[in-house]
Ligand binder design. Structure first.
Ligand code: THU
Length: 136
């Protein structure tokens, strides 16, 4: 799928966001190395702390379907400025690909690309000796 279609998809899934408390809707599309895509939107709750970001919804959907080789994340919001992934989402994304490419779009479809390594310097990683990611 080309980038224009992926951004269209992200704006479409953004419409499904449940964001009555912040009024800030976010749409995410995660693209796997085999081209498979998973979407997510933010889901808020009356108990505010239970709310979850669009990115983590997409990640957890993918993981639960057996996919974890993520190459790109497209993240869109209906805002003048692009919506950067929050710190919690950066850490969750890092778990699966520290080299993830992240494409952000504001409501005018002006895009910017970032690398996760640049957005999350000195990330936490497991130092358990038996971890497959030891030292990464
Ligand atoms: N939000 C996301 O979905 N992704 C982010 O990376 C930043 C914030 C959502 C969470 C909440 O529903 C709303 O935006 C306002 O913070």
């Amino acid at each position: 799928m080309d980038m224009v279609k992926l951004i269209d998809l992200a704006f479409n899934v953004m419409k499904n966001a449940h964001a009555p408390y912040s009024g800030f809707k976010v749409g995410a599309v995660l693209i796997c190395n085999d081209g498979r895509v998973f979407t997510g939107c933010n889901v808020e709750n009356a108990s505010y702390g239970l709310s979850i970001c669009a990115e983590r919804v997409a990640v957890f959907k993918a993981i639960s379907e057996g996919y974890k080789d993520f190459e790109f994340l497209v993240l869109v919001s209906d805002s003048n400025e692009p919506c950067f992934p929050c710190g919690a989402c950066r850490q969750v994304l890092w778990e699966f690909n520290p080299d993830l490419k992240i494409i952000l779009s504001n409501k005018r479809r002006e895009t910017e690309e970032f690398g996760l390594r640049g957005l999350l310097p000195r990330a936490f990683f497991s130092q358990k000796k038996d971890s497959a990611f030891f030292g990464s």
